[in-house]
Design a protein around this ligand. Structure first.
Ligand SMILES: [Fe+2]
Length: 102
């Protein structure tokens, strides 16, 4: 199950728990279902922070250098300045050498 499927599955499960809450026969049953909803929504919210992280990493990967730069700075602020320049240089070289674009 990929991340998106997992999040959709969680949504369906919580929707079912809300139906269970309304169909409960007693306050004790409703309290038990409510505890499950809180538990599942808490876990789900944490997974959605991870999903955002994955999206940010994917965006960063699209503009990252495509070749190794062993002598490039490793720490900001020099890295912040060097990485986009290296990435632009790499992509120009990739085009001139007809390397596959990803
Ligand atoms: Fe959600």
């Amino acid at each position: 199950m990929d991340a998106l499927e997992l999040l959709k599955h969680d949504h369906r499960m919580v929707e079912q728990l809300f139906r269970d809450y309304h169909a409960a026969y007693s306050d004790e049953q409703r309290r038990g279902v409510a505890e499950l909803v809180v538990r599942e929504l808490s876990k789900h919210a944490a997974l959605e922070d991870l999903d955002e992280l994955g999206r940010l990493l994917d965006e960063a990967k699209r503009v990252a250098p495509t070749r190794p730069h062993p002598h490039a700075p490793e720490e900001p602020p020099a890295l912040t300045l060097a990485a986009p320049l290296a990435a632009a240089y790499d992509r120009i070289r990739d085009r001139l050498q007809r390397r596959p674009r990803t």
